[in-house]
Design a protein around this ligand. Structure first.
Ligand code: ADP
Length: 263
C-alpha cells in the first residue's frame, strides 16, 4: 500500500493562473486563425499594390496632367485597399485591452471578408451577404471579428467541394438584439456531434490539412466564451447533408452620433 508521503500531488492552479491560461488560449486561437489566412492575405496585398506600382511608373513617364490625375486616383484606390488589409490584420493580431464601444456589425463583417476573401475563392466558396439596416452592438471589435473569422473558416472547411456562405446581419423583431448568422451549404453536423461542438478540444478534423493545420477543437469554445462575455448567445443548427447555420446574437445599441467636421 502506498504511504501518503509517496503520493505525487499536482499543485492546484490558482484562479489567477487559470484565468491567465484561458487568455492565452484565446490569443493562440486567434493567431492560429490568422495563420490559416496568411498566404491569401499576402496575395491580396500584392494585388492591391500592383496598380500602385504600375500607375506610379506610368505617371512618371507621362507628363499629361489628365493622365497623371487618373494615375493618382488609381494609386490612391490601391493604397487604400492595401491599408484596409493591413489594418484588418493588425486589428486582429494585436493583443489589446478589453475596450468596448458601439461597433457597426456590417463593417466588422466586411473587414473580416476582406481578409478571408482570397481563401474562400481559392476553395470555390461564394459569399452572399445581406443586411437589414446597420445594427450596432457595444463590443470589443477585434474579439467579435475573431468569432466571425472562426465561423467563416469553419464554414469553408465544411465545404470541401465549394459552396456558398450566406451572411445575414439584422436585428430581432423587438430591435433589442443584433444578429449575425453565418450559414454554409456544407456537410452539416450529425446530432450526436452537434451536442459536443462547443466543448473545448472537441474536433472531428484529422489534420494536417493543406495549410499544415489540423483541428484544435478550440475555435467554437473560444467563440462562445467571447460571445457570452459580451452578454450574447452563439447557437448552431444543422441539417446533415445540407449545411449548418451559426447565429450570433448580441445586445444591440444605438449607432454613435457622428461628429460634424471630424476627419
Ligand atoms: P476545429 O475547427 O479546430 O475542429 P472548432 O471548435 O472550431 O474546432 O469546431 C469543432 C467541431 O465542430 C469541428 O471539428 C467540426 O466537427 C464542427 N464544426 C464546426 N463548424 C462546422 C460547420 N460549419 N460545419 C460542419 N461542422 C462544423
Amino acid at each position: 500500500m502506498a504511504s501518503p508521503q509517496h503520493e505525487t500531488r499536482q499543485p492546484v492552479p490558482t484562479w489567477d493562473e487559470v484565468d491567465a491560461l484561458r487568455r492565452q488560449v484565446v490569443e493562440l486561437q486567434r493567431v492560429s486563425s490568422l495563420g490559416v489566412l496568411a498566404g491569401g492575405i499576402c496575395h491580396e496585398l500584392n494585388n492591391a499594390l500592383t496598380p500602385v506600382l504600375n500607375y506610379a511608373k506610368l505617371g512618371l513617364r507621362n507628363p499629361d496632367p489628365d493622365f497623371r490625375r487618373r494615375a493618382f486616383e488609381k494609386i490612391l484606390d490601391g493604397a487604400e485597399r492595401a491599408a484596409a488589409i493591413t489594418g484588418g490584420v493588425l486589428g486582429l493580431a494585436r493583443p489589446r485591452a478589453d475596450r468596448r464601444g458601439a461597433a457597426d456589425l456590417v463593417r466588422l463583417v466586411e473587414e473580416v471578408l476582406l481578409l478571408v476573401g482570397k481563401d474562400l475563392s481559392k476553395h470555390r466558396v461564394r459569399v452572399d451577404i445581406r443586411s437589414e439596416g446597420r445594427p450596432h452592438a457595444k463590443v470589443n471589435p477585434a474579439q467579435i471579428q475573431q468569432v466571425l473569422l472562426n465561423l467563416i473558416i469553419n464554414a469553408r472547411q465544411a465545404m470541401p467541394e465549394g459552396g456558398t456562405v450566406k451572411v445575414r446581419i439584422g436585428t430581432d423583431t423587438a430591435g433589442r438584439l443584433a444578429e449575425v448568422s453565418i450559414a454554409d451549404t456544407g456537410l452539416g453536423i450529425a446530432p450526436a456531434v452537434l451536442r459536443r461542438i462547443f466543448e473545448p478540444f472537441f474536433t472531428t478534423k484529422i489534420g494536417p490539412d493543406e495549410t499544415g493545420l489540423g483541428g484544435t477543437g478550440l475555435g467554437l469554445s473560444v467563440c462562445r466564451e467571447i460571445v457570452e462575455s459580451h452578454k450574447g448567445r452563439l447557437r448552431a443548427e444543422s441539417h446533415p447533408g445540407e449545411g449548418t447555420t451559426f447565429t450570433l446574437r448580441l445586445p444591440a445599441c444605438a449607432a454613435p452620433i457622428e461628429k460634424k467636421g471630424a476627419a
